[in-house]
Design a protein around this ligand. Sequence first.
Ligand SMILES: [Zn+2]
Length: 225
Amino acid sequence: MRELNLILLGPPGAGKGTQADRLVEDFGLPHISTGDILRAQVAEGTELGVKAKSYMDAGELVPDTVIIGMITDRIDEGDARDGFLLDGFPRNMQQAQALGDALGGLQRHLSAALLIEVPDEEVVRRLAGRRVCVKNPGHIYHVEFDPPKHEDVCDQDGSRLIQRDDDREETIRRRLEVYHAQTEPLIGHYDGAGLLRRIDGRQSADQVHAHMRATVATLRLEEDL
Ligand SMILES: [Zn+2]
């Protein structure tokens, strides 16, 4: 069986994490997330981890070159040789180029870029409606989809519910602007290469999952030909 090298694209609020978990279970691929790798390498004190930490300690963003090095090392590890699901990377054209180069250097290629599409207004509706309990941030509600019995009061412990700063409409719209500016070129790039697979993210999580699973199963068949 050939390898399945996948990347996952989509706006905040598209449910990428949930869908990645399910695909990983369906196809036995390692889920590679930039945040997880960064934390692991910093904790292990690898050469790249030490370098990354020096930027983080200085309150600076970890540069692309360091992130790219980490991802390149990770996709060459044993469990990722039959394929992987990359989440949160690449985020821009420079990273996409670097990923292509890294895969080429390993005599591998990308199988597909899976894009979960959700319109901006739907992202805002999903994220801005979230309310969390001040006492236990695990108690999460949604004003429209999962409202508490009494407005702004936690059903489980009677504490006050608040909207986190991250869930404020202005914040979400700023994140969406950054997402579009960085990701649109990537979408065009992968579409041009015939690698883009679009999934309608307005459906329920189960429907999105069914569509993604069918898409990846088809890819696997094509890779086997
Ligand atoms: Zn609560």
